[in-house]
Ligand binder design. Structure first.
Ligand code: NI
Length: 392
């Protein structure tokens, strides 16, 4: 079966590169993936899949029916949105839309989803149960997964696979991670209110800027003293506003930040921990505060048995030299985590680096992809699907 999957994928290679380049040159921002969705729906229909459009606003579902004697349903999830970045790759198929770019490889993910559907439809052999392809919008804004789930995308789903490109892994290699792959990411807003006064007479005022600086410094120090260092927490204040004039003490400061963690118990404890510190400092110096803590996405926790299936599929397909078992998770975030609240799943990393030229990070205006990896991704995904239904 593996060699048949490889043969079909190889014969599809020119078409898949054409698809990827089309999507790359027509990027759309999160929640506005209308053309991409229509294009995806067209390709899925031409493969004979049952297609549902406008799921989760601009998402698409393609259903590949099985023989029906296995009640399980396997889902493959990919994302379709691009980023507000001016592309500077100089590629001939670079973005036609100034200021919008596929700089996170979602064009490649979409192509791998379509390629997997094409391979399965050409196998000429029905699988025991259904495979559902989810093409979600708005991953970059961490909204698309919840929109899809709200519209029933996970109904009846027993397991889910996904893939993300990675520019620090050689093109054509696969990164496998057991356990935590990405972090929980929450938003923090703090408003500290003191009392304005003359800059020359601080004792008559309550200096919100100075108190805010105490809050930031204490939070950063306390992280290292009160959290288990083997259970990472990152708190970054990325925006701060306050004050009106050099000689007027500021009465209010507003801070916005992101809070990242890997362990669910740690994530659960963070809002109360932060508030205790903020409240203590504000109280000491007579300031008031408001804190808004918004839960973002949880941590992606890869299921061991499903990760094992993908690892075994990749190993058989490409050999050990092209597998990297990743020892460290990332503190980035992925809304794939939300699907995992409904069914176990795993996401693998697909290497897209070139061996002989500079490679740029995700979200960089020169981010580019070694297109040879597309076939690696399609074969790995399609063979993982086969192995899910036919465990050795
Ligand atoms: Ni991404």
């Amino acid at each position: 079966m593996l060699s048949r999957i490889k043969d079909i994928a190889a014969s599809l290679a020119p078409r898949l590169i054409e698809i990827r380049r089309h999507i790359h040159s027509h990027p759309e921002l999160s929640g506005q993936e209308y053309q991409t969705a229509a294009y995806v729906a067209g390709v899925l229909s031409s493969c004979g899949l049952h297609v549902q459009e406008l799921v989760g606003k601009t998402g698409v579902i393609g259903e590949f029916p099985g023989q029906g004697h296995d009640p399980r349903r396997l889902a493959i999830r990919t994302d379709m949105d691009a980023l507000p970045i001016y592309e500077r790759t100089g590629l001939e198929f670079a973005s036609h839309k100034p200021g919008i770019m596929h700089a996170c490889g979602h064009d490649v993910h979409t192509t791998i989803g379509l390629g997997t559907a094409m391979v399965l439809s050409q196998l000429g052999e029905a699988l025991p149960g259904d495979v559902r392809f989810l093409f979600q919008p708005a991953e970059e804004t961490a909204q698309g997964a919840s929109w899809m789930i709200r519209d029933g995308a996970m109904q009846g789903v027993s397991a889910i696979f996904s893939v993300h490109v990675f520019p620090t892994i050689p093109g054509g290699s696969i990164g496998i991670r057991y356990g935590a792959l990405t972090a929980a990411a929450d938003d923090l807003e703090l408003i500290i209110t003191g009392e304005s006064g003359h800059g020359a007479r601080p004792h008559e005022a309550i200096d919100a800027i100075w108190i805010a600086s105490q809050v930031i410094t204490t939070l950063q120090q306390a992280i290292s003293r009160t959290h288990n260092p083997l259970r990472p927490v990152v708190l970054s204040i990325g925006q701060i506003q306050g004050g009106r004039a050099p000689n007027v003490i500021a009465d209010q400061v507003r801070m916005l930040g992101t809070v990242r963690s890997l362990h669910p118990e740690t994530s659960a404890s963070l809002p109360a921990w932060i508030e205790k510190i903020v409240a203590g400092i504000c109280e000491s110096f007579g300031a008031r505060y408001e804190m808004h803590y918004r839960r973002g996405v949880p941590s992606v926790q890869n299921d061991p048995a499903l990760t094992q299936i993908v690892e075994a599929a990749a190993q058989e397909a490409w050999g050990n030299d092209r597998i990297q078992v990743l020892l460290e998770p990332s503190l980035g975030a992925e809304d794939f985590a939300l699907y995992l609240e409904h069914a176990p799943g795993t996401m693998f990393r697909l290497g897209v680096a070139y061996p002989d030229q500079p490679n740029y990070p995700l979200h960089h205006p020169q981010f580019h992809v070694n297109e040879a990896a597309i076939i690696t991704g399609v074969v790995t995904m399609a063979y993982s699907v086969y192995k899910y239904w036919h465990p050795a």
